[in-house]
Design a binder for this molecule. Structure first.
Ligand code: IDP
Ligand code: MG
Length: 140
C-alpha cells in the first residue's frame, strides 16, 4: 500500500479546553505523520465556505458561528489508508454514538462541538488541505 493523505482540524472546543496535545499524541500513536500544521482562526466567511456542502442543513449557521468562534489547528496527515483509518480513529459525528477509545468519544461534548474534523474522501482531503496550506507550507 502507498502512503496517502488526509486532512484534519482540531476544532475550537477542543483547542480551548486544552486537549490539542492529547489529541495529537493519539493521532501520532496511531501511525499518522503530521506533514503540515498551524494554529489559526477562521472568519465566518471562511467557515461558511469550508462547510458549504452543508449550506441547506438546519445547523449550518450554528456550525459557522462555532467554527469561526475560536482557534483551530488544521493539519495534513499521512499514512497508509489515511482517510478511512482516520475516520475510524475519530469516531461517529455524534459522540453519543462514537465507539469507545475514539477521539470524539474521549473529547467531544456534543454533536456540534465534536472536537475534530476528518476528511471523508481522498479528493476532499486534497481540497481541504489546499484550503488551509500553501505549497510552501506543505512538507511534501
Ligand atoms: P462529520 O464531521 O462526521 O463528517 P458531517 O455530517 O459532515 O459530520 O457534519 C459536519 C459537522 O457539522 C459535524 O462534525 C458537526 O460539527 C456539525 N453537525 C453535523 N450534524 C449536526 C447536527 O445534527 N447538529 C449540529 N451540528 C451538526
Ligand atoms: Mg463530513
Amino acid at each position: 500500500m502507498t502512503t496517502t493523505k488526509t486532512f484534519t482540524m482540531i476544532k475550537p472546543d477542543a483547542v480551548t479546553a486544552g486537549n490539542s496535545g492529547a489529541i495529537i499524541k493519539i493521532i501520532e500513536a496511531h501511525g499518522f505523520v503530521v506533514s503540515a500544521m498551524k494554529l489559526t482562526q477562521l472568519t465566518a466567511a471562511q467557515a461558511g465556505q469550508f462547510y458549504g456542502i452543508h449550506k441547506e442543513r438546519p445547523f449550518y449557521n450554528d456550525l459557522v458561528d462555532y467554527m469561526s468562534g475560536g482557534p483551530i489547528i488544521p493539519m495534513i496527515l499521512e499514512k497508509e489508508n489515511a482517510v478511512e483509518d482516520f475516520r475510524a480513529l475519530i469516531g461517529a459525528t455524534n459522540p453519543v454514538e462514537a465507539a469507545e477509545g475514539t477521539i470524539r468519544k474521549l473529547f467531544a461534548t456534543s454533536i456540534s462541538a465534536n472536537a475534530i474534523h476528518g476528511s471523508d474522501s481522498h479528493k476532499n482531503a486534497l481540497i481541504e488541505g489546499d484550503f488551509f496550506f500553501s505549497n510552501l507550507e506543505k512538507m511534501k
